[in-house]
Design a binder for this molecule. Sequence first.
Ligand SMILES: Nc1ncnc2c1ncn2[C@@H]1O[C@H](COP(=O)(O)OP(=O)(O)OP(=O)(O)O)[C@@H](O)[C@H]1O
Length: 285
Amino acid sequence: MELKIQGLYKSYRDKEALKNINITLNSGTYGLLGENGAGKSTLMRILTTVDFGSKGSIRFNGSDIVKLDEDYRGIVGYMPQDLNVYPSFTAKDFLEYMGALKGIAPEVLKHKIPEVLEFVNLSNVASKKVSAFSGGMKRRIGIAQAILNDPKILVLDEPTAGLDPKERIRFANIISAMSKDKIVILSTHIVSDIEAIANNLIVIKSGEILQSGEINSMVSSITGKVWETVVDQAVFHELSVVRQVIRIKQEANNIRVRYAGDAYDGITNRPLEPNLEDYYMYVWQ
Ligand SMILES: Nc1ncnc2c1ncn2[C@@H]1O[C@H](COP(=O)(O)OP(=O)(O)OP(=O)(O)O)[C@@H](O)[C@H]1O
């Protein structure tokens, strides 16, 4: 399976939201990371044909997705950032409605709805109004509607925003369980969520791909470059000028510092296992 994006641009009047995006996605989970306004939602909307690029092409297994039209939409699942549900809809009503919009036959929906509700662990609230759901439950019903058509390509815009730690883990497990033989693309601002859910990272900045690759190899490329030390205020000040500080914690009169770069001379440093946040801070900040 291959989704190939070539020379993709998107302009909104005077704003260039995407600039020359080139990337090929295969089965796997891709985390799209970028600041507010980087272009993540724009790229996701184009990948799902909710919107179109100004220039460039996207091909699924060699065929242009715009030309594939319904055939492409039939294999795509999309969870937009703001999923609006009529307040009076129950979970089941909502899935019936979304299923009908996707053109899924009623007899298929009949067995598919209980299946997806079970999958996202909402079977027990199938007849409850979605308007009364917690943030985490709303995200899960969002996933449920996105997978109604057994999509090969699943696009999730900020699926973990506003989730508590428990819901976050539950969500990560749901995504991992269904990422086999699919292209899953999810966006987030939270680096640790990408590390927990995705195998591949795409960093996007001002509409351009800054870097993309396999998360494990990115992280292992900075082995030996992440340290912890406990220093006083004066040394911390010197250190923070010449090294990338990742995290600090005040401890009595000292500061515990996680930093990246070469070990700073003249202090006691403890080597740490790098993680994706270290990589992100060290390489891009
Ligand atoms: N419909 C639109 N009309 C005009 N400009 C737009 C429109 N949609 C997005 N933009 C602009 O395009 C740029 C990219 O926006 P986009 O929503 O894709 O970013 P994002 O990375 O998803 O941001 P966030 O993390 O805040 O959701 C921004 O500068 C935004 O203001």
